[in-house]
Design a protein around this ligand. Structure first.
Ligand SMILES: NC(=O)c1ccc[n+]([C@@H]2O[C@H](COP(=O)([O-])OP(=O)(O)OC[C@H]3O[C@@H](n4cnc5c(N)ncnc54)[C@H](O)[C@@H]3O)[C@@H](O)[C@H]2O)c1
Length: 388
């Protein structure tokens, strides 16, 4: 058997004890990549991540090492950033810590891969991109929804021209996030999400996802109009203490695209689900429509479109859930976060193109920041171009 050439990539994983860090990035991406023998880049050539898990609590890090099989951990992130044996700094800390640590890592000459949002203001997010560019360092920002099975199917339909002329996009994201009152259901999300002063809020969290979903599928976004609110006023934190919610937990945003497509997406952590999935987009075109969730994509062509007539005096004769066909229901897809990690590792080692960088991250923050502004001013806002 020929020797396998292994390209080791040293990765500092910071914020890895959190929800996203542990589940999506460590367990479902990096550990799976290691298990499969690395990212194959040639007949006998692989990229192999070599990680150090970073955080504040030794016990949590040791536990995570046991669970993941990763051997190295540290509470001294600064020391790891200055260790030349690591090439990449990865950040999945709370949003408000990202700018400081990504800046430190770039200044220490590390390539950077990080969670979104990259900052809470466009100015700061753009500065990260400018610094990485000035230093000639590679960088990437998580834009995971692009590789969800449902969205890969939708992209295929768009590219094949299934829709004819695309007219509109209507989206709904959300579910009920439990308040965490002792004795009731535990909350599914960390408490900082509901405190503006700690980087929380659904607009800053979700609108950056909408930015890359819409622009990747339907082109440039021209302008927007948004409204939000803090619906649930009190929640309970990780220590069972009540706290006042200061961040928005619902956002309703309308976008106009250069292509003429209009899009409207709602996001709420205070809604109960009666739809196909936690995130659903409906795309309507002259020749057909699609309804896409995280995994499934259903289509109805113009020929299959029923002809409803308004008559509340009789029970609805049409079952509107019939007459839709599932696209590629049997095709298996890898985890979306893992797909993007593999692409980033190939970008690092093989210099393959990777367009989801800190500039794209800044554009996401920009859209979120302008949504907050639109809500505050009750106005439509044009979106200025962020230059490369
Ligand atoms: N891509 C996505 O779909 C997606 C989904 C949810 C969250 N996120 C983003 O991922 C990031 C993390 O979110 P999460 O839900 O995992 O949050 P979390 O609260 O579960 O985890 C946050 C991490 O930051 C660390 N941290 C917090 N305060 C710290 C401090 N003072 N010092 C050192 N470390 C500290 C925590 O220990 C933990 O490891 C956020 O920026 C969030 O916006 C992305």
């Amino acid at each position: 058997m020929a020797d396998v050439k292994t390209h080791r990539v040293g990765i500092i994983m910071n914020g890895v004890t959190g929800r996203m860090g542990t589940n999506q990035h460590l367990m479902r991406s990096i550990v799976e990549i290691i298990k499969q023998g690395g990212v194959k880049i040639g007949e006998n050539e692989v990229i192999m991540p070599d990680c150090v898990l970073c955080g504040r609590r030794p016990d949590a890090l040791q536990e995570l090492c046991k669970r993941s099989g990763v051997e190295k951990w540290s509470t001294d992130v600064e020391a790891q950033i200055n260790d030349p044996s690591y090439d990449v700094y990865f950040d999945a800390q709370t949003t408000d810590r990202r700018v400081d640590w990504v800046t430190r890592a770039l200044n220490a000459g590390k390539h950077v891969y990080c969670e979104k949002p990259t900052a809470t203001t466009t100015e700061e997010a753009y500065k990260l991109y400018a610094l990485a560019t000035e230093k000639g360092l590679k960088n990437g920002v998580v834009q995971d929804k692009l590789w969800l099975p449902g969205f890969l199917k939708l992209k295929k339909l768009v590219d094949e021209g299934f829709f004819g002329e695309i007219l509109s996009v209507m989206g709904n994201f959300g579910y009920w996030v439990f308040e965490g009152e002792p004795g009731g259901q535990p909350p599914q999300r960390p408490s900082w999400n509901y405190r503006k002063e700690d980087g929380g809020g659904i607009m800053i969290d979700m609108v950056c996802h909408f930015r890359y979903i819409l622009s990747n599928l339907f082109g440039n976004i021209k302008c927007l109009n948004a409204v939000g609110s803090t619906l649930v006023k009190q929640r309970w934190n990780e220590k069972d203490k009540p706290y006042k919610c200061t961040a928005d937990d619902i956002s309703m945003t309308t976008f106009e695209m250069d292509s003429g497509v209009i899009a409207h997406i709602n996001a709420s952590w205070a809604t109960r689900v009666r739809r196909d999935d936690l995130l659903v987009l409906q795309v309507d075109g002259t020749k057909g429509s699609a309804v896409v969730g995280l995994r499934d994509c259903l289509v109805q062509s113009a020929a299959d479109t029923p002809r409803p007539v308004w008559n509340p005096d009789v029970p609805q004769p049409i079952d509107f859930y019939e007459g839709w066909k599932s696209v590629d229901p049997d095709v298996e897809y890898d985890n979306a976060f893992k797909i993007q990690w593999e692409m980033f590792l190939r970008h690092l080692v093989c210099d393959e193109p990777f367009m989801w960088n800190l500039l794209e991250g800044a554009k996401g923050v920009q859209l979120a920041e302008l949504s907050l502004q639109s809500w505050a001013n009750r106005s439509w806002i044009e979106i200025p171009e962020l230059e490369a």
